[in-house]
Design a protein around this ligand. Sequence first.
Ligand SMILES: [Zn+2]
Length: 289
Amino acid sequence: MTVLPDRYREVSVTDVDVPLQVEPLLGLLRSRPVYRRTRFVVARHGGRAALVEVRTRPGPGLFWDVTQASLLAGPDDVAWVVRPELDPGVPSDLARAAADVPGARCVVLEGRYGHVSFVLDSAPLHLRVLDTAPPYPAKLLDQVERVLATADDLPGVLPVPQIVELGDLVPPGASGDFLLPCRGGGMQVPGTTVHYLDEVPPRRAWTLLGCARSEAIHEALYGGPVTQVDTCPRALARGIELADGEVLLTKCCLLEEHVEVDDRTVVVPWGASFGHLREALERAAELST
Ligand SMILES: [Zn+2]
């Protein structure tokens, strides 16, 4: 089970002049009081570190006696990682730091603001984020990362990008006329003539490269059926096999104001707000427990 502090003020970092072994280290830490908020001590000696959990006896002052100390991770299990761009107060940032040191049971992160925290036995939710590109960066994935960067009250989530290039959905050897929803993403289809639905060009025998909503708009503007390559990420998600414990997050052109959960898939509206994404991440975290 993953262990991490509720707040990094529960973590105390201290240099010790004894070896990082059970008897000398725990003996030392039991012999001196700690600040009343301290629950974990990261002890450093000789360029290495160990993680100790302490129990204290509440008293009237700011420093309390240690009644118990136990070694959670010895120096062979601890990696000290310096990543100023990661916030040690955010579980997903701790998960990212830990994912880059797969051999270490305990990762101590010295990150943003110079703060230090740790994660032991990191087991974040692996969240597949299925998005289409262009635009670059893929918008849904970028939004997820921006929300996670401040989600200090959510469990650790590690996004696993699954970006589908819209150009790869064009049938091989395609030629002729293609119709895209808009110019927005800057997509090109080499060897073809591209038109944009939102410019309402004169009708041709084109192939619509778009979602169900674009198809409905086409129907409203031009009437009659159109050959379509469906680019809705929700539709693309149906072909994805999830590994054990994974949850998938994607978006759908047909959703406007709400988040849907479909088995282990969370779907947000195409133009999802950060509020939608926050809700989606909460739902994904619930699915993983
Ligand atoms: Zn859709």
